[in-house]
Design a protein around this ligand. Structure first.
Ligand SMILES: Nc1ncnc2c1ncn2[C@@H]1O[C@H](COP(=O)(O)OP(=O)(O)O)[C@@H](O)[C@H]1O
Ligand SMILES: [Mg+2]
Length: 398
C-alpha cells in the first residue's frame, strides 16, 4: 500500500494551529470538510499527527465513526483519559520517590481517568488542563467525523466542553489546546459553527484539499521506474482519471493495479484504460444510489427527494413538506407517517438519513446530493422503475 506523504500541508496547518499564521483563525479550531474516502483520516493520522508531534505537541485522536454504537461523548472522554494515564503514571512514580508533597502536580493524581466527563468524574475541561500540565506541552485534540458528536446529547455536551476548555486554556500567543475537527459533509459540520447556539459559533469550515497533481506525478514516477517500457506516463490523463474517481485514492489505486496487471488483457495505453475505469466507477456509484432509491417505499422516496431538493432548508413536517409527500404518493400523509418514513431511512443499511440530537435531518452521504443535481440537470430525475427490470427481478426471485 502506497502512502503519499502530505508533509507541506501538515506543516502549514501546524503553524496555523499554533496561532502563528497571520490570516488564520485555526487557533480557535480548525474545521476541515471533504467527501468520504478522499484521504482525511489518513492525512490526520499519517501526516498531521506526526507533524504536530515534531512540533512538541501531544496529540489525542478520536474517530467518532470508528465505533458507531459508542456514544460520541463517551468516546471523546475516553481518548483524553487514555492520553492522560501515562503522564499520571510518571507523576505517581516521581511522587513516590520524592514524597508527594514535593511534587507540584500531585493534585492531578486523584483523577479517575475512567470517569472523565461523567457527572461524578472530572469534567473534560479539567482533564484537558491536567493533560496539558502533566505533559508540560500543548495538546491537539483531533476529532474525526466530528459531526457525529451532534447525534447525541452527551456528544453535544462534549463539544460545548471542548469549546470552553479552549477558551480557558488558550491565551493570545500561548495556545495550549488546539482543536481539529473533520467531517465528510460540510452541511453537517456547519451545524457546529453556524447557529448562535452552536458550540463553535463563528468559526469557518475549510475544504480540506484533495490529493492533487503532485500525488499523480508521484504515482506516475513509480510506474515509470517499475515499468520503464511504459515511459513516458501521461500524467495529465492519469489526473483526469483520478478526478473521475472522485479524488478517491483507494479506488484509483485498485483500478491502476488491475490495468497494470499482466493479466489485464489491455492492448492500448493503460492511461486510456484508467479513464474508462473511472467512468465505469461513476456509473457503478450512480447505479448503487439509484437502486437504493428504487428499493424504497413510495413515502420514503418522497421524503428523501424532499431532503435532496431542500438541502439545509429541509423541514420534515411543515405544511409544504407534507403537501409534497401527498402529491408524490397520492395518499394522505400525516406527520407521524412522515416521521416513520424518516426513521426507516435512518435504519436503512447503509443509512440514508442522518439525524442530530436536536431532531435535524440530513442526507447521510453528501454524494447523493451530487447525484441528484446531476440527474436534475440531465432531466432524468426521479429515477423510474423500469418494467423490464421488474420482470427480470420477478423471474429471479422464487
Ligand atoms: N496520502 C495517501 N496516499 C495514498 N493513499 C491514500 C492517501 N490517503 C488516503 N489514501 C487511500 O484512500 C483510502 C481512504 O482514505 P481515508 O483517509 O480513510 O479517507 P476519509 O477519511 O476521507 O474517508 C485509504 O484507505 C487509503 O487507501
Ligand atoms: Mg475518515
Amino acid at each position: 500500500m502506497i502512502h503519499y506523504p502530505r508533509t507541506q500541508l501538515a506543516e502549514e496547518l501546524v503553524v496555523a494551529l499554533q496561532g502563528k499564521a497571520v490570516f488564520s483563525d485555526a487557533h480557535n479550531g480548525l474545521f476541515l470538510a471533504a467527501p468520504r474516502r478522499t484521504g482525511k483520516s489518513t492525512f490526520l493520522q499519517a501526516d498531521l499527527m506526526p507533524a504536530l508531534e515534531r512540533a512538541g505537541v501531544v496529540v489525542v485522536y478520536a474517530d467518532l465513526w470508528a465505533d458507531q454504537r459508542r456514544d460520541p461523548g463517551a468516546l471523546i472522554a475516553e481518548v483524553i483519559g487514555r492520553a492522560l494515564q501515562p503522564h499520571l503514571g510518571v507523576i505517581a512514580k516521581a511522587a513516590k520517590k520524592a514524597g508527594l508533597e514535593k511534587i507540584s502536580l500531585a493534585g492531578w493524581l486523584q483523577i479517575d481517568t475512567s470517569r472523565i466527563g461523567k457527572l461524578d468524574g472530572v469534567p473534560l475541561v479539567e482533564a484537558l488542563r491536567a493533560l496539558s500540565e502533566t505533559a508540560d506541552a500543548p495538546i491537539a485534540l483531533i476529532i474525526d467525523e466530528a459531526q457525529h458528536a451532534l447525534t447525541s446529547e452527551a456528544g453535544e455536551n462534549a463539544m460545548a466542553a471542548l469549546k470552553s476548555a479552549r477558551d480557558q486554556l488558550n491565551r493570545p500567543g500561548a495556545i495550549k489546546l488546539m482543536l481539529v475537527m473533520s467531517g465528510s459533509d460540510r452541511d453537517k459540520l456547519l451545524r457546529l459553527v453556524n447557529t448562535t447556539g452552536a458550540p463553535f459559533y463563528g468559526s469557518q469550515i475549510q475544504r480540506m484539499p484533495e490529493l492533487g497533481q503532485d500525488f499523480i506525478a508521484h504515482i506516475g514516477g513509480l510506474i515509470e521506474s517499475q515499468r520503464p517500457e511504459l515511459k513516458p506516463v501521461d500524467n495529465a490523463a492519469l489526473f483526469e482519471a483520478f478526478q473521475g474517481f472522485g479524488y478517491r485514492p483507494q479506488f484509483f489505486m485498485e483500478a491502476l493495479g488491475l490495468v497494470l496487471s499482466p493479466l489485464s488483457g489491455i492492448g492500448g495505453r493503460f492511461e486510456q484504460a484508467m479513464l474508462v475505469a473511472a467512468q465505469q466507477r461513476q456509473r457503478d456509484d450512480e447505479a448503487q444510489m439509484e437502486s437504493d432509491y428504487l428499493g424504497l417505499k413510495p413515502l420514503e422516496r418522497a421524503v428523501l427527494w424532499r431532503m435532496l431538493e431542500q438541502g439545509p432548508r429541509f423541514r420534515p413536517y411543515d405544511a409544504e413538506a407534507l403537501k409534497f409527500y401527498r402529491e408524490q404518493t397520492r395518499t394522505s400523509v400525516s406527520a407521524q407517517k412522515a416521521q416513520n418514513a424518516l426513521e426507516s431511512l435512518r435504519q436503512h443499511v447503509p443509512a440514508l438519513v442522518w439525524k442530530s440530537a436536536r431532531g435535524e435531518y440530513a442526507v447521510d452521504d453528501a454524494a447523493m446530493h451530487r447525484w441528484y443535481e446531476k440527474r436534475l440537470n440531465e432531466g432524468s430525475w426521479p429515477p423510474a422503475d423500469s418494467q423490464i427490470d421488474l420482470d427480470f427481478e420477478g423471474q429471479q426471485s422464487p
